[in-house]
Design a protein around this ligand. Structure first.
Ligand code: URA
Length: 469
């Protein structure tokens, strides 16, 4: 009878320490230690200690044994393993090591999608990817005042060990604000320059609501369309376990329950929705300034409110404030605004008598050195911000609305338009105002000389139509 080879217990320093695990795995393979002899010991686990032995000598040193054969790991494997390592399944490192072991004699193993281990690692990696995306979508920051001013705090309960892996995303997204994300597994704190880690937190450590939350809930209720309700799809996109931390989610059961009645009411109202918009422009501006309901609102820039008379007959809607506008706090004060003003003057349009505003109220940009480069808002961001524009139109009640570019047109019509097909003619809006769509003045700035002359003529003709109206 042959003696059983001793088992080795190999610690993994942290639940998401894929690099450390990979290093140990490489040494184990080089030392020829088969998967059934390895016990991966995770932080806080006790079961492995029952069989624990000392790490073999090869694992104790820094360098692999001299003349050890190279360890083979395909790119496919490393990509899936990096993600699967973040799964909460306590047996994940056994699986990863078994696959790595098998890869040494079957380098094409990852191509065999019928293999049980390959299917298992793929499933783990997919679950983790989904959890990463859900965290990006469902983290909700609440504003808190501390000794240094405003900071944003979110509570989130990830299903897997994804917090650190998601840190870079939140730093890039919310580079300009101070924030903390608290989770039961640990915390991340960003002060605008450095990302620090903190100990596991408690739900009670995070604030429960902020002043914009009531507005957001009202808005969510108003855009919730019972006629389009598909509960299965909704739960798939927004799994129930995330609901408890979303300010809008406690409305969902009630909204679903009353969906049929609301659908009937909507039909009776001719499709009007029942949100409660702010009652003055000042209240609107204050609410917009506190809005953090999309990534742009959370990027640390200040909201730029509409500008111009409250009873203006003409409203000019741009895409979003740019660098100059964000600094000045007023729309259309930068280069695109200059182009607009020059053409408006020629067309006989008095922009001082018009209300100037934007589809999106914060400046979406990417930092590049000392510059902030404009980024086009997504349709979803425009739709999220649309409520503010609707509220502003409701308060100003312009007779004519000029949409500059496709983003503005989407905010006014609620759909993507073809600028070339739909520009230059009046169409009625839902409140009876006349809408005319034209190009955005920044577009003129990007064109070469010949194209600019042609586009400027079309732009001028469109503005002349508005002046005539
Ligand atoms: N571009 C816009 O669309 N809006 C502004 O306010 C400035 C530039």
């Amino acid at each position: 009878m042959t003696a059983l080879a001793p088992r080795v217990c190999v610690p993994v320093a942290a639940h998401d320490d894929f690099d450390g695990w990979r290093d140990s795995a490489r040494r184990l393979i080089q030392a020829g230690i088969a998967p059934d002899r390895v016990i991966w010991s995770l932080p806080g686990a006790v079961a492995g200690d029952l069989f624990a032995g000392d790490p073999p000598p090869d694992l104790a040193g820094d360098a692999p044994p001299a003349a050890a054969p190279p360890v083979l790991a395909s790119r496919d494997y490393l990509e899936l393993a990096g993600r699967a390592a973040l799964h909460a399944d306590p047996a994940r490192f056994d699986l990863l090591y078994r696959l790595l072991w098998r890869l040494q004699t079957a380098p094409r193993l990852m191509d065999d999608r019928a293999d049980r281990d390959v299917r298992a690692i793929d499933a783990l990696a997919r679950t983790v990817r989904r959890d990463i995306h859900k965290m990006r979508a469902f983290v909700r920051f609440r504003v808190v005042e501390d000794a240094h001013g405003e900071t944003y705090v979110a509570w989130f309960e990830p299903g897997h060990h994804i917090l650190r892996a998601n840190g870079g995303f939140f730093v890039r997204r919310f580079a300009g604000m101070r924030w903390s994300i608290l989770t039961p597994q640990g915390a991340l704190h960003w002060d605008g320059e450095t990302l620090r880690e903190g100990p596991p937190a408690d739900r009670g450590d995070a604030p429960a609501g902020d002043p914009a939350e009531a507005l957001w809930r009202t808005y969510y209720a108003s855009i919730f369309n019972p006629a389009r309700l598909k509960i299965g799809a909704m739960v798939k996109e927004m799994p129930r376990r995330y609901w408890k931390n979303l300010p809008e989610a406690d409305l969902i059961p009630e909204l679903i329950a009353s969906a049929q009645a609301r659908e009937a009411a909507m039909i009776a109202l001719g499709g009007e929705q029942a949100g409660r918009p702010p009652e003055t422009l000042a209240a609107l501006d204050a609410a917009v300034a506190a809005c953090r309901r999309c990534a742009i609102g959370c990027n640390g820039t200040r909201a730029v409110p509409g500008h111009g008379p409250v009873d203006a007959r003409l409203m000019v809607v741009g895409e979003q404030p740019g660098d100059h506008e964000e600094l000045a706090g007023r729309p259309f004060v930068g280069p695109a605004g200059q182009v607009l003003r020059d053409h408006a003057r020629t067309a006989g349009l008095d922009l001082d008598a018009a209300r100037l505003t934007n589809a999106v109220r914060h400046f979406k940009h990417v930092p590049q050195g000392k510059q902030r480069l404009h980024q086009t808002p997504t349709a979803r961001e425009i739709d999220t911000c649309r409520w503010w524009l609707d509220a502003e139109r409701h308060l100003v009640r312009p007779r004519v609305v000029l949409a500059l570019g496709a983003s503005a047109a989407r905010a006014l019509l609620g759909r993507t338009i073809s600028l070339q097909q739909e520009r230059g003619r009046f169409v009625p809006l839902d409140d009876g105002a006349q809408l005319l769509i034209t190009s955005h003045p920044a577009y003129l700035l990007r064109l070469g000389e010949a194209a600019r002359v042609a586009e400027a003529a079309r732009f001028a003709a469109d503005l002349a139509l508005v002046a005539g109206a």
